[in-house]
Design a protein around this ligand. Structure first.
Ligand code: FES
Length: 106
C-alpha cells in the first residue's frame, strides 16, 4: 500500500499506509491527523480538508476540477501553488512517499 506522511502544524508527523483509492482526507480523518476537519465529508463543499502537497509530486496528482478550484478560493489559510483539497486526491501507486502538510487554519 502507498505510504503517505502528514505533517501537522506543530510538526507532528504521521506516516500512514493507505489503500489505493482512499483520499488524502479519509486517511487523515481515520488516523486522527489534527487540522483536517472535512466538514462536508468529502463532497467538495467546505475546503476544510485543505493541504499543501509535496511539490515534487505535483505532476503526479490528478488535475484539479473547476469545483475544487472554486472551493479552494474560499479556504481560510493562504492558498499556494501546491494547495489541494484532500478529499479530491485519491491515492495511487504514483503517490507512494508523498508528504502533505496541514495549513495553520481551516
Ligand atoms: S471535505 Fe469538504 S471539501 Fe474536502
Amino acid at each position: 500500500m502507498p505510504n503517505i506522511t502528514y505533517i501537522e502544524t506543530d510538526g507532528t508527523t504521521h506516516n500512514i499506509e493507505l489503500p489505493l483509492g482512499a483520499t488524502i482526507m479519509e486517511g487523515a480523518i481515520q488516523n486522527d491527523v489534527k487540522g483536517i476537519v472535512a466538514e462536508c465529508g468529502g463532497s467538495c463543499m467546505c475546503a476544510t480538508c485543505h493541504v499543501y502537497v509535496d511539490e515534487s509530486f505535483l505532476d503526479k496528482l490528478p488535475a484539479m476540477e473547476e469545483e475544487e478550484e472554486e472551493m479552494l478560493e474560499g479556504a481560510t489559510a493562504e492558498v499556494k501553488a501546491n494547495s489541494r483539497l484532500g478529499c479530491q486526491v485519491r491515492i495511487t501507486n504514483e503517490l507512494d512517499g508523498i508528504t502533505v502538510t496541514v495549513p495553520e487554519e481551516q
